[in-house]
Design a protein around this ligand. Structure first.
Ligand SMILES: [Zn+2]
Ligand SMILES: [Zn+2]
Length: 420
């Protein structure tokens, strides 16, 4: 048997690197005042139809939707923002001091063609700041995500920045884009011709090289902003300049959701090959109202855990698995009983410890201690029991010492946490 197409298992050796990513994110969210939110794995399908937009690729092609036994149409969440906004409205968070700042670490589901670092079930870290239109908040989010990549050492990261404008400037721009698309329509791919009909801005989502080169001559929204949107954009770039954050303004950057307004951004990692996007987000001032709440400006980002892990692996090679601090080798029945008691004592002190459960001989147990990456091996045999001392071997340098049984756990604790 194999897992379903586009899914993967996370085995113990893969965990430390993933956990270090989540831990780093958790620290950044904490110091920036974001509280964690968990939302359900599935939502009403209509939430995503309204929230993500019926013309987006996600809603048109990529959702895992099903009808439950009560006849409701439900969807495994394909993205994190609409559920968070739904929760914001449902729990009356607009009555809290604004903005409300939330972060999440959740599984997302999309029916996409599986490729390197992209899965049908994947894990995403994200943050949403709901209830403020301040451009400084856009910059806070960009800086958090940039800080995460920097802390982790993600190599070759570049920031693309653009603006999607708003209801004020987008209609006039849409007219300009329409007439441009009409002039190149026969040369565009079939997907693009359909996009041009349903939601022309989506043509910039196309990954087809020939379409992309045609679209280079298209008018861009970021060059056609109204005064308020231009001022907002100038504030964002001004602050990024002050912070010394590098970015490239790119008019073809259109995030794959209909709800974005004004600032959009995407981080790319050049080491990831053709699919360089590693995380991004932007402002979505219309979404809260779209989902049934009061008109509320907001912004956020999401970044895929798998993409980060992949980028880190291009730099540092394969990560090592979880190592154990102490391996206890008990030789003989009586020694084994003592070893089991010592094992519990060490674990109570927070020291990771293990023993043999496979009936190995002395040599096999020593080998196992080595395989698990143990810092110390504790050897208990007849000899040791007679004098009331265990032999403690430092697996790093091979040095061996005798330690009285009652002092053993304190001795190891001290050796494992030097300077305390
Ligand atoms: Zn505008
Ligand atoms: Zn195309």
């Amino acid at each position: 048997m194999q897992g379903p197409k586009g899914t993967y298992d996370v085995l113990p050796p893969d965990q430390p690197l993933r956990e270090s990513v989540v831990d780093a994110a958790r620290r950044i969210f904490h110091v920036s005042g974001y509280g964690r939110i968990c939302t359900p794995t599935f939502e009403d399908t209509s939430l995503f139809e309204r929230g993500v937009g019926p013309s987006s690729d996600i809603v048109r092609k990529e959702m895992y939707s099903f009808t439950d036994k009560g006849g409701r149409s439900l969807t495994l969440k394909p993205e994190g923002t609409a559920p968070v906004v739904r929760a914001y409205i449902q729990h009356g968070m607009h009555r809290l001091p604004q903005p409300v700042k939330l972060w999440y670490f959740e599984r997302m589901f999309r029916f996409e063609r599986p490729q390197a670092g992209r899965y049908r079930e994947h894990y995403q870290l994200g943050a949403e700041a709901i209830g403020s239109g301040d451009p400084a908040l856009d910059v806070e989010l960009i800086m958090m995500l940039a800080g995460l990549y920097e802390t982790l050492g993600v190599p070759a990261v570049e920031l693309r920045l653009s603006s999607m404008g708003d209801g004020n400037c987008r209609p006039a721009y849409a007219g300009r884009l329409d007439s441009f698309l009409e002039s190149v329509l026969p040369r565009l791919c079939r997907d693009c011709r359909e996009r041009a009909r349903i939601n022309p801005l989506r043509v910039f989502d196309c990954k087809n090289e020939s379409c992309l080169s045609l679209l280079k001559a298209a008018p861009f929204l970021v060059d056609n902003l109204c005064q308020q949107c231009q001022e907002h954009f100038d504030s964002v770039t001004g602050l990024l300049d002050r912070f010394g954050v590098g970015y490239r303004i790119d008019g073809t950057l259109v995030r794959g959701f209909d709800y974005y307004t004004r600032t959009t951004f995407e981080f790319e990692c050049a080491r990831l090959g053709a699919q360089k996007g590693i995380g991004g987000g932007g402002r979505y001032d219309g979404l809260v109202e779209e989902i049934g709440g009061p008109g509320t400006p907001a912004a956020g980002f999401g970044t895929g855990l798998e993409r980060i892990v992949m980028a880190l692996k291009t730099e540092g090679g394969e990560p090592e698995g979880e190592a154990v601090d102490v391996f206890i080798i008990g030789l003989g029945q009586k020694a084994r009983e003592l070893a089991i008691l010592q094992l519990a004592a060490l674990r109570t002190l927070g020291i990771s410890a293990d023993i043999d459960y496979a009936g190995r001989k002395a040599k096999g147990q020593m080998k196992q201690a080595d395989r698990l990456g143990s810092r110390f091996a504790v050897i208990i045999g007849d000899d040791e029991i007679e004098v009331g001392e265990a032999s403690v071997r430092d697996m790093g340098n091979g040095e061996q010492e005798r330690v009285e049984f009652p002092l053993l756990s304190d001795y190891l604790k001290e050796r494992l946490t030097p300077g305390v």
